[in-house]
Write a protein that binds this ligand. Structure first.
Ligand SMILES: Nc1ncnc2c1ncn2[C@@H]1O[C@H](COP(=O)(O)OP(=O)(O)O)[C@@H](O)[C@H]1O
Ligand SMILES: [Mg+2]
Length: 270
């Protein structure tokens, strides 16, 4: 082989590699663009769906409260159904919007100093009627003298709400659900707050322990399932926990119940 021949071949290979590189970067840019468009679409559509839905709920409430004239008990029931369905839909749209913001890296933390007790109480109060309706018992245990958290209160409440909502949804009537907060492991910068949300519900098989945290993933995706959700609750909860540099995981035995744990590093307010 002559030297000139070898040079020719390498130049040719180089040119072909450069061309392939160019093509790959073009494809990557296209994919990024498509993902951004999809996120933007989700965000726009969720936003636009909320306005008419809020109007439906508000008008339902006006009717229910008898502002335009008293309703019969059956009419009230019916309007109550419209309001309830509307609220459920509004929650789901809210989750899609939160997910879209997360996917677009538009989530930021607004930290304040607050007691975990107040966040737990708020979330429990919101779930009170659901818990009563399903005849579940709820136990809250909070280790005494836990210091305040310096974290995003709304996001911590959101995480608790999603976990407690699942515990309630996936536990049969007569079962137990609980929330425990305690001082967790020490780290080089202090220690973490450990929160557990547990239930005696249907449980999750080991092969699904990671899957449930994936966006849109539901263990039973069949149309006959009782539970209505977006499959985003745990993905969002994990994202919120990780924004705080914490961890969220599950321990569960099929048929016996589930225990979801998350940690939030305790920091003092600046
Ligand atoms: N406490 C629980 N017990 C049993 N299964 C659960 C529990 N929490 C979550 N799961 C499973 O994980 C899936 C994903 O949960 P999530 O992300 O909150 O979405 P969604 O509640 O909208 O279905 C649920 O559909 C269910 O299959
Ligand atoms: Mg859920």
């Amino acid at each position: 082989m002559t030297r000139a021949y070898v040079d020719d071949v390498s130049a040719e290979r180089l040119a072909s590699l450069q061309e392939q590189n160019l093509e790959l970067s073009r494809l990557a840019a296209e994919l990024r663009n498509e993902a951004a468009l999809r996120t933007q679409f989700l965000s726009n559509i969720s936003h636009d769906l909320r306005t008419p839905l809020t109007a439906i709920i508000t008008h339902g409430e006006i009717l229910r409260d008898g502002i335009l004239g008293e309703l019969t008990a059956r009419q009230k029931d019916s309007v109550g159904g419209i309001i309830g369905g509307g609220r459920q839909l509004l929650d789901m749209i809210g989750e899609i919007l939160t997910y879209a913001r997360g996917a677009a890296h538009q989530l930021t933390l607004t930290r304040t100093s607050f007691s975990i007790v107040s966040a737990v109480e708020q979330v429990c109060a919101l779930s009170e009627s659901l818990i009563a309706k399903k005849q579940l018992s709820l136990a809250v245990t909070i280790e005494p003298e836990l210091p305040p958290l310096y974290a995003d209160r709304d996001k911590i409440a959101h995480i608790l709400g999603n976990l407690l909502g699942n515990a309630i949804d996936f536990t049969l009537p007569g079962g137990r659900v609980w929330i425990n907060c305690s001082r967790g492991a020490s780290t080089e910068r202090g220690y973490v707050m450990l929160v557990e949300v547990g239930d005696t519900g249907i449980g999750i098989a080991p092969e699904h322990h990671e899957l449930v945290f994936r966006e849109f993933a539901q263990v039973d995706a069949s149309a006959s399932r009782q539970h209505h959700g977006t499959g985003l609750g745990l993905a969002i909860a994990r994202r919120f926990v990780e924004l705080h540099d914490g961890r969220l995981w599950v321990e569960s035995t099929l048929g016996q119940g589930s225990r979801f744990f998350f940690t939030i590093p305790v920091r003092s307010a600046p």
